[in-house]
Design a protein around this ligand. Structure first.
Ligand SMILES: CC(C)(COP(=O)(O)OP(=O)(O)OC[C@H]1O[C@@H](n2cnc3c(N)ncnc32)[C@H](O)[C@@H]1OP(=O)(O)O)[C@@H](O)C(=O)NCCC(=O)NCCS
Length: 200
């Protein structure tokens, strides 16, 4: 996604999560006369939206692409909020459609920076679904890892600040991402080294 896409669309709302860490203690500017919050988490974003009929197929199931767009927007917002730079989506890994999402579901999309390379920011995105009438408990519907690359106005990759994992869970996730990235980098290099096949 590009920076312009980072703005919430439709009924989406962007809000800092309550998960405030020691690392980033930023005072947010007051909006109007009401101060929003004193402390804001600088590496995660939550978007929430009610799924409407226009987003679904004839059987009432929401199109996967609709949710993926929301995830991409959330990943971009989290990466931009962390890096304070424009980003583009370079890759999506481990996208899982765990449960279908239906019309009128209240969808919460949480995006969290979990890893940084030199110019890229990896964001873990989860989608939880809630039936506002309370007939079903809130449950996880999708998850994925988005690689967002910080770019300048010419689209050239730019260095990002380093994310420092602190908790055991953050460290474990960092190591898992590092391992996966190293494998996929080797595959990419192997592909770029091999001559193109006739049908490519
Ligand atoms: C993403 C993009 C900027 C990378 O440009 P590039 O010239 O390949 O840049 P580099 O080779 O210097 O790589 C820059 C970073 O991107 C990462 N990267 C590049 N291609 C990648 C891929 N296919 N998968 C994962 N990471 C990738 C590199 O690992 C590197 O990360 P690091 O600096 O943290 O190690 C470029 O491919 C691009 O603009 N793609 C289109 C993005 C876009 O328009 N997205 C919206 C989709 S519609």
């Amino acid at each position: 996604m590009a920076a312009a896409d980072a703005r919430p669309v439709g009924t989406s709302v962007v809000s800092p999560t309550v998960n405030v860490t020691k690392k980033h203690h930023t005072k947010m500017a007051p909006v109007g006369r009401k101060p929003m919050t004193d402390l804001a988490d600088q590496h995660s974003v939550t978007l929430a939206e009610v799924m409407l009929p226009a987003q679904a197929n004839a059987w009432g199931t929401v199109h996967g692409g609709e949710i993926m767009k929301l995830m991409d927007t959330a990943a971009g917002c989290a990466a931009i909020r962390f890096a304070k730079m424009t980003v583009v989506t370079a890759r999506v890994d481990e996208l899982q459609f765990i449960e279908p999402v239906h019309i009128s579901s209240y969808v919460t999309c949480m995006a969290e920076v979990v890893y940084t390379g030199r110019t890229s920011v990896e964001v873990f995105v989860t989608v939880d679904v809630e039936d506002l009438l309370g007939t079903q408990p809130k449950h996880r519907a999708l998850s994925a890892y988005f690689t967002m690359v910080a770019v300048d106005s010419h689209g050239r990759p730019q260095p990002v600040p380093r994310f420092t994992p602190e908790t055991p869970a953050e460290i474990e996730r960092w190591q898992a991402v590092e391992q996966r990235r190293s494998i996929s980098r080797q595959v990419r290099h192997r592909r770029s080294d091999s001559p193109a096949q006739p049908d490519e």
